[in-house]
Ligand binder design. Structure first.
Ligand code: ADP
Ligand code: MG
Length: 279
């Protein structure tokens, strides 16, 4: 592969760790994420390891396909399949909540993607949010951006160094527990994402400091029962529990009545998407 064959077409967007542009590579349209290289060689090696996992994940239909990456003296360029939009931009564009039947379908995709990452590659995502859930024109929903994902084992070693173990809670000191403690923070992120999609709004308000304080000390967000089915409210309530060990794992989530129900449904996501986009 030659980086000279990568032709820039237009900007897609900017994020916390770089920019994404639409490019053509030998006639194939791709989304290319450009991230500045870090001088920290430890971090750089982590990024490269994550990239290898992303590129290996093409056997999961719910994860954005990665074709490969280029490393230049100044940056890393990851070539991915180009999707139509991400869910945060979609929310802004349609200016209304996403209907529950569509959320049912996308919950299935996202939970299966997270489950796949955990069972196949022993990693957690760490950055589940609407902008990392993408949709293509045929209505396929995929997860992307293992931006700060690290291998579970590594992250465990890492979390032991962060903070003094004498002051850590028992669940963090018990090595057999660290696993579930870690991975279940993705389940919280999933729950919060679902609330945002279902209501059309990020559930906390105020300054960043105030929002963080509410997340740490306040009651977790809930869906209003009148507006949604009891099954959907229950799924969100189970994901958004402050105690990580009480949150369901992926097998439990896949068996949840909300998920089982929507797996039976023939929801036409493609038609809905074309409709709201005015195509
Ligand atoms: P963020 O932190 O918002 O996720 P990113 O740098 O990951 O920032 O992405 C910037 C923008 O590019 C986002 O709007 C995202 O949805 C979009 N994007 C990322 N990857 C793709 C892709 N494969 N296809 C289409 N759009 C993408
Ligand atoms: Mg992203």
């Amino acid at each position: 592969a030659d980086i000279k064959d990568l032709i820039f077409i237009e900007d897609i967007g900017h994020g916390s760790c770089g920019t994404v542009g639409k490019c053509s590579y030998k006639g194939v349209i791709m989304a290319v994420k450009i991230m500045p290289r870090t001088k920290n060689s430890y971090e750089m090696s982590r990024i490269l390891m994550d990239l290898d996992v992303i590129c290996l994940s093409f056997d999961c239909p719910y994860i954005v396909r990665c074709f490969g990456y280029f490393i230049t003296p100044t940056d890393v360029r990851v070539c991915m399949e180009c999707m139509a939009t991400c869910l945060d931009r979609l929310l802004i564009h349609i200016r209304q909540p996403i209907p529950e039947r569509i959320i049912g379908k996308l919950s299935i995709s996202i939970i299966k993607a997270l489950h796949y990452l955990k069972t196949k590659h022993q990693i957690m995502h760490r950055d589940v949010k609407p902008s990392n859930i993408l949709l293509d024109w045929s209505g396929v929903i995929k997860l992307c951006d293992f931006g700060i994902a690290g291998r579970l084992i590594e992250s465990r070693a890492h979390s032991k160094q962060a903070g003094c173990p004498l002051y850590m809670g028992p669940e963090r000191l018990d090595p057999s527990n660290t696993n579930s403690y870690d991975i279940r923070s993705d389940v919280w992120s999933l729950g919060l994402t679902l609330v945002e999609l279902a209501t059309g709004q990020y559930p906390y308000a105020g300054s960043e400091f105030e929002m963080l304080a509410k997340i740490v000390h306040g009651e977790p967000p809930r869906l209003r029962p009148g507006n949604f089915t009891p099954e959907f409210c229950d799924l969100v309530e189970k994901c958004l529990q402050r105690e990580p060990n009480l949150r369901p794992n992926y097998n439990e989530l896949l068996q949840h009545p909300f998920i089982l129900f929507h797996e039976q449904q023939e929801t036409d996501v493609e038609e809905w998407f074309a409709d709201v986009m005015g195509v």
